[in-house]
Design a protein around this ligand. Structure first.
Ligand code: GLN
Length: 539
């Protein structure tokens, strides 16, 4: 089978939505009958995103096969409705790690191993491997960072080498930004022209430019870019700001981007299949009735901007489920430390239709989160706890219902008299030896649901598979006692050794999952737990 490759690089500045551009191009090619996969290249030395601070780098997105990757992989999954696997993610660190390992294994047959060509060659091998594994007609490769940066130069070199090797099967797209300085009041193309020239000097001549801007591009500017950036007529594509990212594939369609890309590869449209997506986008844009969801966490020194990136899968999962019920979700970030300072503020939680405590690590803000969870439990406010949110709900229940004062997780208090959440057995040694990178319980594991639970009702099936990322777990020594006090163990590993879901019976909705359901929510298939949570929140 012929594999075709679309490389995407960003010009002018970061944060212009390269990931969503990749996902959207993938979506339109998929809707025309082609099998698509997408790869993210992160130019960091970190071997995976697991060791990067989410407030700096964004959410750590966990794949089914247990890789800790970039949030863009989540965008690909949501747009393509496909599981994207570890093979589709690489970092500079990961690439060098394999080159060095090969060198130590004498795999280069005595040659001098050099940065060029051996590093780009390793990148190419990885790209081809992922394309083959996914059996993809098209593989879209997002090169992280901005053109002109020192860090991504070897990845651009890999792209150039691939084009030289098979010119008919490789194209380049640059996603750029066209500012409209307020004092000038007109859209400027010069930064894009300069960025293209920089890309040219790396031997790459883009076939398309996606022009991100506040407003659509006019004809004059399109022509200017075509002339000065040396791209074919009609290939400067307008990519204005949108209300919802899910609208972007539809905007590209207006510019006939899918057709133009297929033409470039001398391929035909096999089918047209964007109807459901169109309907979904229309709903998302039209719904008016609001639903207010509070997300309680430790939000210090981060603005709204970084928050949205750190919790992107949670946010998208809430949106999918809300739109499913024709509601407009209004999200509010609630700093749990405020409750620690002033418990009186807890009553503000009444304003929300539902509360979520998402995943997290460490002690900051934890007591405030526990107070918020208690408030939800006692006041019948729908509550969804994700990973840490489940562990803290267990602690809250142990302290306030089972009266185990000072119950805690050993992550925070090693000497707690009641370690209701404790270190997983296989993690003890790893923590002692400080082997922290990529060593949590990661990726998909099966879970069996209890027949009479809210979760079973939500999923409509007994056996499920969900993605994990944690070192601590529910301590089975307290299982019997907590169950006697009314905590429902709604899901466990098939061998019944690991508690995966807890619930509080007789509550509107009180569910905590040890896994992260948010990673598996898709626009047209909202996640069952989020769906039920939203349903309870609006009832
Ligand atoms: N800190 C907790 C653990 O490691 C929860 C992790 C999370 O929320 N992803 O078990």
């Amino acid at each position: 089978m012929i594999h075709r490759y679309i490389f995407i690089a960003g010009g002018v500045m970061s944060g212009v939505g390269k990931g969503v551009a990749c996902a959207s191009i993938g979506k339109i090619l998929q809707s025309k009958g082609y099998k698509v996969t997408a790869i993210k290249i992160d130019p960091y030395i970190n071997v995976d995103a697991g060791t990067m601070n989410p407030t700096e780098h964004g959410e750590v997105f966990v794949t089914d096969d247990g890789d800790e990757t970039d949030q863009d992989i989540g965008n690909y999954e949501r747009f393509l409705d496909e599981d994207i696997l570890s093979a589709n993610y690489m970092t500079t660190g990961r690439v060098y790690q394999s080159v060095i390992k090969r060198e130590r294994n004498l795999e280069y047959n005595g040659k001098c191993v050099e940065v060029v060509p051996h590093v780009p060659q390793e990148v190419i091998n990885r790209i081809k491997f992922a394309a083959k594994k996914a059996k993809a007609d098209f593989t879209i490769i997002e090169i992280g960072g901005t053109v002109g940066e020192y860090q991504n130069i070897l990845f651009l070199e890999a792209a150039r080498m691939m084009r030289t090797e098979t010119p008919k099967n490789v194209i380049f797209v640059m996603v750029s930004y066209l500012p409209i300085p307020s004092k000038i009041g007109e859209m400027k193309t010069k930064p894009t022209q300069t960025a293209v020239r920089t890309l040219n000097s790396a031997g790459i001549f883009p076939d398309f430019i996606l022009c991100r801007a506040e407003v659509p591009l006019d004809e004059v500017r399109k022509q200017k870019l075509e002339t000065f950036c040396n791209i074919p007529r009609g290939n400067a594509i307008s990519a204005p700001d949108v209300e919802t990212i899910y609208e972007i594939p539809l905007n590209y369609e207006k510019e006939k981007l899918g057709e133009k890309i297929l033409e470039k590869f001398s391929l035909k449209i096999k089918k047209k299949d964007l109807k459901e997506w169109q309907k979904f986008v229309l709903t998302a844009k039209r719904v008016k009735n609001e639903i207010h969801i509070g997300i309680v966490g430790k939000y210090f020194s981060t603005g709204n901007f970084t928050l949205a990136d750190s919790y992107i899968s949670v946010i998208e999962a809430i949106k999918h489920a809300s739109w499913f019920y024709k509601k407009r979700p209004i999200l509010c970030w609630i700093n749990s430390e405020e409750f620690e300072k002033d418990e009186g503020k807890l009553s503000e939680l009444k304003k929300y239709d539902g509360i979520i405590v998402p995943g997290g690590f460490g002690s900051r803000g934890v007591e405030g989160k526990i107070l918020a969870i208690q408030y939800c439990r006692e006041n019948n406010i729908p509550y969804l706890g994700l990973c840490y949110g489940m562990q803290l709900a267990t602690i809250e229940f142990a302290r306030n219902v089972a009266k185990l004062a000072k119950a805690n997780t050993t992550e925070i208090d090693k000497n707690t008299p009641y370690p209701v959440i404790h270190t997983m057995a296989d993690q003890v040694k790893k923590i002692e030896e400080k082997k922290m990178g990529g060593t949590m319980r990661l990726g998909a594991y099966p879970c069996v649901l209890a027949k009479d639970s809210i979760s079973f009702k939500a999923y409509g099936q007994k056996k499920i598979s969900e993605r994990h990322r944690h070192r601590y777990e529910f301590n089975n020594e307290y299982r019997k006692l907590l169950e006697e006090k009314g905590l429902r163990i709604a899901g466990t590993s098939p061998d019944n050794k690991l508690v995966e879901i807890i619930e509080v019976a007789g509550h509107k909705f009180f569910v905590g999952s040890q896994f992260h359901p948010e990673f598996k929510s898709r626009p047209l298939k909202p996640h069952p737990l989020f769906r039920e949570f939203i349903k309870a929140a609006i009832s």
